[in-house]
Design a protein around this ligand. Sequence first.
Ligand SMILES: Cc1ncc(COP(=O)(O)O)c(C=O)c1O
Length: 429
Amino acid sequence: MSAVNYKKLATTEQLVPIRPKPVEIWDVERIRKDFPVLSQTVHGSPLVYLDNAASSQVPQMVIERGTQYIKHEHSNIHRGVHYLSMKATNAYEGAREKVKRFMNARDVKECIFVRGATEGINLVMHGYGRKFISAGDEIIISAMEHHANIVPWQMLCEEKNAKLRVIPMNDAGELLLDEYDALLNEKTKFVAITHVSNALGTVNPVKQMIESAHKYGVPVLIDGAQWAPHASIDVQDLDCDFYVLSGHKMFAPTGSGVVYGKEQLLEKMNPFQGGGDMIKSVTFEKTTYADLPNKFEAGTPAIASQIGLGAAIDYLHIIGRERAAAYEHDLLVYATERLSAIEGVRIIGTAREKLGVLSFIIDDIHPHDIGTILDQQGIAVRAGHHCAQPVMKRFNVPATARASFAFYNTKQEVDALVEAIEKVIEVFG
Ligand SMILES: Cc1ncc(COP(=O)(O)O)c(C=O)c1O
């Protein structure tokens, strides 16, 4: 793979071709060089970063784009007539154009910048839910949601006296689609489901689920926080009504994220927050709201972070999403085989379709102890309930250890994880 001219890309908001030239081999060592954080040692061992589902790492190209903004373009957007403000506005709106292409939205108006998936879901709950959900209505979520896609809907149900219905799952961690179909009825007014489970790695058949909901005229929100780092998104093909993602899980800085919404729904919704930049005119008698997408972006946004998200999208186009996904798939299969072969290790989440995540427990050893001992060997995994307490309850475990992968991880790192797990078992003998 030839070297990427970061400097050139970082100084323009040009759009990088979506389909790069195919390259046969995934040169992981070359890719790793793009991520400065990966080359350090932790507690005397090379860092093995397997906590990508919590936050992925940031490539040099994104770091440089952010630095350039701060050094040479930092200014407030939309309101200024001066040079820097116009430059910052162009960069920020350029990032929105990149997001539009990345998600295949029809228009930039449909791409609202938010701080992350949590804020995105809350925006939809406030803007759509509080306006259109009433007493006796039903909202369907699934048994494998992150708290970010449970709590806002629960709050709404409490406020409106509506009912939360939950699609159950089987022991592999797959949603029971017959049960979903049975839950849908004329009282259903909203469906919110995750594309990929952060605790189990299950990929849900969201296209089919959206189609089922649409038969009842019900809008569907897809929580794409764990899908977006791994595979292409096509909101038009999915025909979802809302799709949310977090930048910090897809190689961009924290504080960046997107809510996609169909234009006709966003138009009908109430604004999320009130303030500057989301208005057309303000008098003490009445305020009229700005056109999309500004109606949903009150106040000064996370300008540097969203420009960084645009650069991360460029980076993904450059390295090639399909190739990255194929490599990650092989890595997950390899890791699953190796961990399954360790006596005492039980994998939680064995769905046929999985992405990025390997949750596991070890007989009688608390996941926090696993996480701590792995950390001593330089291996970063997550231990806990992964903001998915109902999933832990369903599998009757207090917590799991979770290794989660990105395209810069290697089979050698999986081997290091296996060796370290064997050490944990030895220590707790
Ligand atoms: C599936 C899923 N949804 C939502 C979130 C919340 O994302 P954020 O904390 O970036 O808002 C996460 C974070 O782990 C997640 O995995």
